[in-house]
Design a protein around this ligand. Sequence first.
Ligand code: HEM
Length: 364
Amino acid sequence: MSDSKDVASAQYGNYWRQMRSICVLHLLSAKKVQSFGSVREEEVSVMIEEIKQVALGKRYSGERGTKLREPLNEMMDRLGGIVIGDYIPWLDWLGTANGMYGRAKRVAKQLDVFFDEVVDDHVSKREHDGHGYDDDEEEQNDLVDILLNIQKTEATGFQIDRTTIKALIMYLLNPRVDNDRTLETPNCDAELQGEVRNVVSSKTRVTEEDLSSMHYMKAVVKETFRLHPPAPLLLPRESMVDTKVMGYDIAKGTQVIVNAWAIGRDPSYWEQPLEFQPERFLNSSIDLKGHDFEVIPFGAGRRGCPGITFAMNEIELVLANLVHHFNWEVPSGVQGLQTLDIAETTGLSMRRKFPLMAIASHPA
Ligand code: HEM
């Protein structure tokens, strides 16, 4: 940990202090975050337009998308597990003991075979159709076609081989956002949508200014973070001095892991802890800024997350726009991966165990 150059894992000291102040003052201050408001609003509009295209059924590569996503997600789950060992060396034995490494290797092989098949399918389709890639046909060509065309024409000036093509497809399809935004559809749906639409009224989209009046929406976000903190164990920390915590002696240099996930579900702090009840935050001053230790998804203290304002603004804006523009439902009667199973995977960063399948439709 001592050589780490990024702010999150840098040892407490001068280097960390400088990095932290750059983040807090120059990158993530409330003023800076506010100044990016229009960029966020623009990005959210683009996202809404993309969902509209799918909702309107113009184009949807459903089966292929699912086939690709399933092994990819499985790979991410395996990696999530492995990361524990990489990050916290003394937990490394976990990987060997529960066969995690072996499983990851097997899934990697499956993915490799899968992507080979995808490329083969495309090559034989092109041979069968007897035509190559054509700019005018861009609409009909998918990512693999385009890469195969680049390979054929050497348009980039260097040779790309099959492995590069497979690696590129995998990279581009891989979910890169750690903090998966979970959208749940418990009974609070109507309440949430009602509030958002009421505040937005006749405007076409939710702006950041509207967010401050959406108390229920904010409670929904808090409740989601309570039950599903994206970093369930926060970040590993090290005690700087010998100390005593709740009667236990903690020696200087001990690695300390805080289980924020368990704290958020602790029955001594929360009534009906496993129930999704945003109302619990409505008449409460509890926030996520690290002052209230019963819910600390962004950590607490001087190493607490400096990105909280940035993250919350974005998450609230996305959620409010999603429920403003669409009605959401879960496909019914489908077992397995497609039901709304909110199970989580293990690992340093929390992810859904099964992909979220939700159908967007235009409000009547
Ligand atoms: C949902 C979004 C996010 C969550 C749940 C989250 C969570 C966390 C957590 C739990 C920590 C460790 C806190 C501790 O040990 O007490 C942390 C640290 C950190 N986060 Fe975030 N974070 C999020 C978004 C962001 C964003 C958007 C940024 C920047 C753009 C950011 C930048 C950082 C940095 C720089 C640290 C290290 C701080 C230090 O060690 O001094 N985070 N975050």
